[in-house]
Design a binder for this molecule. Structure first.
Ligand SMILES: Nc1nc2c(ncn2[C@@H]2O[C@H](COP(=O)(O)OP(=O)(O)OP(=O)(O)O)[C@@H](O)[C@H]2O)c(=O)[nH]1
Ligand SMILES: [Mg+2]
Ligand SMILES: [Zn+2]
Length: 315
């Protein structure tokens, strides 16, 4: 009954896959009362990426009982768009949060991208924007790609345009995520699992068949799961695949906070005349001045206004 530590690689809600420091896998459950961090009030006490202490239950059967969770370095929470009290810890102890977006089949909206980025900002997790399915881009989508690339790069984000089906397009992204733990998120069908398969030949995650791809989200992946980029080397980095999400509900934000989560607004807002400036119609607003001179992209500013509006309605 030795006590050991391990990392959660998968959670189905009723049981967990955990890997101990020697690389051995255990099927684990939580027994008894476990302290749940009341400041998060999530529906799940343990998430992928959590470091846990466990007792061996049955050595031959590889089963274990989780005792407690170590304090999280960080985590990312998803709020149900239908019930803001319904919070789910998607993953913990992350080095980056990567959004897989697509301009076609399916199209990811700017609002969705921006909500994801706000969430990552709020949790202080570096965000990466990946635009997948570059092989499908026609002239119009190539223009949209150039626009997205400019506006997100200007805002301060890393942007990668790739095709998960073309391994030669992945060189830079592969180097970027090496050595860290990266969460992959995005709508169903954008190619998260396909991309992970391309980054890790031999893994063979289930992906949607091209033939039964209808253009609607199909949720091929049903549970978050973490993978070692190199199974022989735990320090090579890890990727967390997640099920597709329809919407990214925002965590409890005050209207006044929102601009802080737009890095390009954060950089200039100290120049606003009023320190409670909402950057709407106030005189002497440095943010609006930056929009006018093109330092802040119009599309991102419109997104700010739209999201601000949704916060008012929500409360
Ligand atoms: N043309 C093209 N198709 C792609 C690309 N990447 C993925 N696909 C296709 O898109 C479909 C969905 O891919 P998945 O990897 O299952 O998508 P997912 O994001 O994991 O979806 P969920 O698990 O449902 O969240 C599959 O038919 C893939 O073959 C790409 O770069 N180009
Ligand atoms: Mg998937
Ligand atoms: Zn202002």
């Amino acid at each position: 009954m030795s006590k050991a530590t391990g990392l959660i690689y998968k959670s189905t809600g009723s049981w967990y896959l955990l890997r101990d420091v020697d690389g051995r896998d255990w099927q684990a459950r939580v027994r008894g009362k476990m302290r749940i961090d009341p400041s998060i009030a999530s529906t799940n006490p343990i998430a992928v990426g959590d470091q846990v202490h466990f007792d061996i239950e049955d050595d031959a059967a590889n089963t274990a009982i989780i005792r407690d969770v170590e304090e999280r370095r960080n985590y990312i929470v998803r709020v149900s768009p239908h019930n803001r009290h319904h919070k789910h810890i998607v993953a913990a102890n992350l080095d980056a949060a990567l959004l897989v977006a697509t301009l076609a089949e399916p199209r990811t909206s700017q609002g969705f991208v921006d909500r994801f980025l706000i969430t990552a900002e709020a949790y202080h997790i570096p965000a990466i924007v990946v635009i997948n399915k570059a092989d499908l881009h026609d002239k119009e989508q190539l223009e949209a790609l150039a626009e997205w690339r400019d506006q997100y790069t200007d805002a301060g984000y890393e942007v990668y345009a790739i095709s998960a089906l073309d391994p030669s397009s992945l060189t830079e992204l592969r180097a970027r995520i090496a050595g860290g733990t990266t969460l992959f998120s995005g709508h169903s069908g954008v190619g998260k699992s396909t991309l992970i398969n391309s980054l890790m030949p031999g893994l063979e995650l289930r992906t949607a068949e091209v033939s039964d791809w209808s253009g609607k989200g199909q949720h091929t992946t049903t549970f978050a799961e973490m993978f070692d980029l190199d199974p022989q080397d735990m320090s090579a980095g890890k990727i967390i695949d997640t099920p597709g999400v329809k919407e990214f509900g925002l965590i409890d934000l005050e209207r006044e906070e929102l601009a802080h989560y737009f890095p390009e607004m954060r950089r200039v807002m100290s120049g606003c005349r009023f320190n409670n400036c909402m950057h709407l119609d106030e005189p002497g607003c440095a943010v609006k001045a930056a929009v006018e001179d093109g330092t802040i992209t119009e599309a991102r500013y419109i997104s700010y206004q739209t999201i601000l509006d949704s916060i008012v309605k929500q409360w």
